[in-house]
Design a protein around this ligand. Structure first.
Ligand SMILES: NC(=O)c1ccc[n+]([C@@H]2O[C@H](COP(=O)([O-])OP(=O)(O)OC[C@H]3O[C@@H](n4cnc5c(N)ncnc54)[C@H](OP(=O)(O)O)[C@@H]3O)[C@@H](O)[C@H]2O)c1
Length: 279
């Protein structure tokens, strides 16, 4: 049983819907581990109520919140200060309230890089091929560029990749159909589309073209081992699971709201992964 005091720190995740989110479980693990007088709750808020709700949470004494689909762009607009991570990603996923001001950041790119490094993969080791041009791809491409990697994008809808390239100078675009042929030119493959998620078709990709040194990262984490990661394992390639990105992206928010630097370790991974197994 969790007993809060009158001074408890409160944060949460705002989404619509939000019932699928694993963030309450993840932050709840850390709150329990550190015996913190605080809580982290799911907040299902429709888009038209988002701005008023955020100000209401701040006025009610919340320490901040995570923001997920469909609010990540709207969150950008309500911030008093937006950090460079969010500016480059064009979206906010973490809000911190302090003395009546809202600061927004985007921790997806940093979480992705931290997860890569946890697997022993250096993001700057060579050119990266990113499949997809949605919100996650944007944050990851920006973070990879920042880390010093040349980035190529292949997306089903080329116009979306071109929009991204307009915002991130230096990005190279190739056709979606050319993705397998492009593998030998890259040291890292990052899959950011919804293909391979439970209930979705698998990504079609011919990994036989890749060098043996290619690292394959999939940001889809349900299932934990996607068909792409299974194919990478089968070829003996380094495979980086998406769950770690989710865990690592949560660190800066927890630190800001609850004042403790949390650690991503096997115990946390197993606890969150247990919720991803088929019932
Ligand atoms: N591990 C983590 O922490 C983490 C964080 C964020 C997101 N994710 C996961 O990443 C995925 C994408 O999230 P997002 O927020 O970036 O979504 P999004 O903004 O909606 O972007 C979706 C992307 O998937 C592509 N796509 C969708 N269906 C496709 C299909 N049938 N064939 C080819 N491409 C297809 C879209 O291409 P078009 O432009 O052609 O539509 C677009 O590039 C989701 O599975 C999400 O759960 C994981």
């Amino acid at each position: 049983m969790t007993i809060l005091s009158g001074k408890a720190r409160v944060a949460g995740i705002i989404g619509w819907p939000v019932s699928h989110s694993r963030s309450p479980r993840l932050h709840g693990f850390w709150l329990d581990r550190h015996a913190i007088d605080g809580t982290y709750i799911p907040l299902a808020i429709p888009p038209d109520a988002f701005p008023d709700t955020v100000r209401g949470l701040m006025n009610a004494g919340f320490a901040g919140a995570n923001v997920t689909i469909p609010h990540k762009r709207a969150a950008f607009a309500i911030c008093d200060h937006v950090e460079e991570t969010a500016r480059r990603a064009g979206a906010v996923n973490t809000l911190v309230f302090h003395e009546g001001r809202i600061t927004g950041s985007n921790t997806d790119g940093g979480g992705f890089l931290a997860n890569l490094r946890a697997y022993g993969v250096n993001p700057a080791a060579g050119p990266a091929l990113v499949l997809g041009a949605g919100g996650a791809a944007r944050a990851i491409a920006a973070a990879l560029q920042e880390a010093g990697a040349p980035v190529t994008i292949a997306n089903r809808t080329r116009a979306h990749a071109e929009q991204l390239a307009g915002d991130l100078p230096g990005l190279r675009i190739i056709d979606w159909q050319a993705r397998s042929d492009a593998l030998p030119d890259h040291a890292l493959l990052v899959h950011t589309t919804s293909l391979g998620m439970s209930g979705h078709p698998a990504l079609e990709l011919d990994l036989s073209r890749a060098h043996a040194s290619l690292a394959v990262a999939d940001i889809v984490y349900a299932p934990l081992e996607t068909p792409l990661l299974a194919a990478a394992h089968a070829r003996g390639l380094r495979a980086v699971e998406g769950l770690g990105m989710l865990l690592h992206q949560a660190v800066p928010g927890f630190r800001a709201w609850f004042g403790v630097e949390p650690v991503v370790d096997d115990a946390l991974r197993h606890f969150v992964a247990a919720d991803l197994l088929p019932a």
